[in-house]
Design a protein around this ligand. Structure first.
Ligand SMILES: Nc1ncnc2c1ncn2[C@@H]1O[C@H](COP(=O)(O)OP(=O)(O)OP(=O)(O)O)[C@@H](O)[C@H]1O
Ligand SMILES: [Mg+2]
Length: 400
C-alpha cells in the first residue's frame, strides 16, 4: 500500500480521498508547512516519506510551487498533485515545478482516478516508498531511441484499433509508463471507449497552441492502469477538421521526445493525419483481412505510399480474421499483396468481448492465439528497436 499526504488538508478530506484511491491518506494542516520549504523534507521521518503529495488549495500558490520544486528535485518519484484553478498559466507553472496533475477540487474524480492508478502501479511494481526512497535520489537520465509504429489499413473494421491498443499493452508490459498510444482516427476514434477511459483532455487540446509545450502536452494524456499513456480522440468528430499533416508530424515528434514507444491508431484509408504520422514512423503495421477487395486495396495503399516515399522500410503485414473459410490460402494472399504475411491472426471471440468490457485482451488473458500474435508483433518491433539503437548509439537524454 502507498501513502498519500494532503498538505494543508483536513482529516475529512483525507478520509474521502483514501476511500477513492484505496491508499493510506493523511492530512497535514497548512500551518505545518515551514517558511523554508526544504525544512519540510528534512523534517520528515524517511520511513514515512509519502508516495504522493496533494497540495490543497489552502496552501498559497507560490509556497505550493516552491514546495513541489523542492520535493521533486530531492525525490522525483513522489507523485505531486495540486488543487488550484486549472488555468493555462497555473498548469504550466505546476508542470515546471514537477507537479503531475492540477484539479479544481480535491474530490475531482479524474484526478483521484489518475492518482489511484499511478499509486497502484507503483505498489504493483514494488517501487512504493519507503523502499524507493533510498534508491531514487536524483533523476536518473534515461537514454533511448524512440520507436514509433503506425497501424494502417485502407479498410474499416479490420482490427486496427484492437491491434494498436493491445500492442500498447504488450509494450507497456516490457516498458511501463514509457509507451503512449495516440488515437489518430480523428473523426470517430474509439480508443477511449475500448479502453474504458474518461479523458479530461484530448487530441483537441494537444493540437491547441498550449499543446506545443512538452510539459503541458503530458498533462493532456490519460493514464491507463496497464501502465501506458493515451492521447484520446476528441469528443466531437468535427473538432480536428482543420488539422494538417504537418501538425500531426510535429505532435508525434514531441511525443517521441518523451516516450520510448509511440503507438498510433489511424482511421481507415489514407487521410492527412495518417500521412503526417507516417512521416515520423519507424514501423508500419499494415492490416488486411482475407478478402480480395481488402487485399487489393492494401496493395494499392502500399504502392501509393511508396510513390509518396512515406512507407517505412520496417513493415509488418498482419492478416486479421485469418481462417480457411475465406477460400484463400496465405500463399494466395501473399501473391496478391506482393509481400509476405508476417502474422496471421485468427478470429478470436475474446477480442470483441474485451472491447465491450473495456479491458484489452492482453490485460485479461495470458494465452490464446490473439495474445500470442500480438506479443510476437511487439517482440519483433522491440527487437528492431534494440537493433536500431545498436546501430545509431543512444540518441539523446530524457528530459521530462
Ligand atoms: N481477431 C479478431 N477476432 C475477432 N474479432 C475481432 C478480431 N479483431 C478485431 N475484432 C473485432 O472486430 C471489430 C472491429 O475491430 P476494430 O475496431 O479493431 O477495427 P478497426 O479497423 O479499428 O475499425 P475502424 O476502421 O472502424 O476504426 C471489433 O468489434 C473488434 O472487437
Ligand atoms: Mg479503429
Amino acid at each position: 500500500m502507498s501513502i498519500a499526504l494532503i498538505m494543508g488538508g483536513t482529516e475529512e478530506q483525507a478520509k474521502r480521498v483514501e476511500a477513492v484511491i484505496g491508499h493510506q491518506t493523511v492530512a497535514l494542516g497548512a500551518e505545518s508547512i515551514a517558511t523554508e520549504t526544504s525544512n519540510f523534507m528534512r523534517g520528515l521521518d524517511p520511513s514515512v516519506i509519502p508516495d504522493a503529495i496533494i497540495l490543497a488549495s489552502t496552501v498559497p500558490m507560490p509556497a505550493a510551487f516552491a514546495l513541489a520544486g523542492e520535493v521533486s528535485k530531492a525525490r522525483p518519484d513522489v507523485d505531486i498533485v495540486m488543487i488550484a484553478a486549472t488555468e493555462k498559466e497555473v498548469m504550466l507553472e505546476a508542470m515546471r515545478s514537477g507537479i503531475r496533475d492540477v484539479a479544481a477540487s480535491i474530490d475531482d474524480p479524474q484526478m483521484l482516478a489518475g492518482l489511484r492508478d499511478r499509486l497502484n502501479l507503483r505498489t504493483a511494481s514494488g517501487t512504493s516508498a519507503p523502499a524507493a526512497a533510498a534508491a531514487v535520489k536524483a533523476p536518473a537520465p534515461i537514454d533511448f531511441t524512440c520507436r514509433t509504429m503506425t497501424v494502417v489499413s485502407p479498410k474499416g473494421g479490420v482490427g486496427k484499433t484492437s491491434i494498436s491498443t493491445n500492442l500498447a499493452v504488450a509494450l507497456a508490459q516490457q516498458s511501463p509508463m514509457e509507451v503512449v498510444l495516440v488515437d489518430l482516427d480523428l473523426q470517430f476514434g474509439d480508443v477511449a471507449t475500448v479502453l474504458d477511459l474518461k479523458p479530461s483532455h484530448t487530441l483537441e487540446d494537444a493540437f491547441s497552441s498550449s499543446g506545443r509545450d512538452n510539459l503541458l502536452l503530458k498533462t493532456y494524456l490519460t493514464v491507463h492502469s496497464a501502465g501506458f499513456f493515451v492521447l484520446c480522440g476528441a469528443e466531437s468528430p468535427a473538432a480536428n477538421d482543420s488539422v494538417t499533416a504537418d501538425q500531426v508530424t510535429a505532435l508525434i515528434r514531441q511525443l517521441q521526445e518523451q516516450f520510448r514507444y509511440v503507438v498510433i491508431d489511424t482511421a481507415a484509408g489514407i487521410d492527412d493525419a495518417t500521412l503526417g504520422a507516417l512521416e515520423a514512423t519507424d514501423d508500419v503495421v499494415l492490416v488486411s483481412t482475407m478478402d480480395i477487395a481488402c487485399l487489393r486495396s492494401v496493395r494499392k495503399e502500399v504502392e501509393l505510399l511508396t510513390e509518396l516515399d512515406l512507407l517505412p522500410t520496417s513493415r509488418h503485414v498482419v492478416l486479421n480474421f485469418a481462417d480457411k473459410q475465406s477460400g484463400l490460402r496465405v500463399k494466395d494472399v501473399e501473391a496478391m499483396l506482393g509481400a509476405p504475411v508476417d502474422f496471421a491472426i485468427p478470429r478470436a471471440k475474446e477480442v470483441p468481448v474485451a472491447a465491450n468490457k473495456g479491458i484489452p485482451v492482453l490485460v485479461d488473458s495470458r494465452s490464446g492465439s490473439y495474445v500470442k500474435s500480438i506479443k510476437a508483433l511487439a517482440k519483433k518491433i522491440y527487437d528492431r528497436a534494440r537493433a536500431a539503437e545498436g546501430r545509431q548509439g543512444h540518441k539523446r537524454l530524457e528530459v521530462a
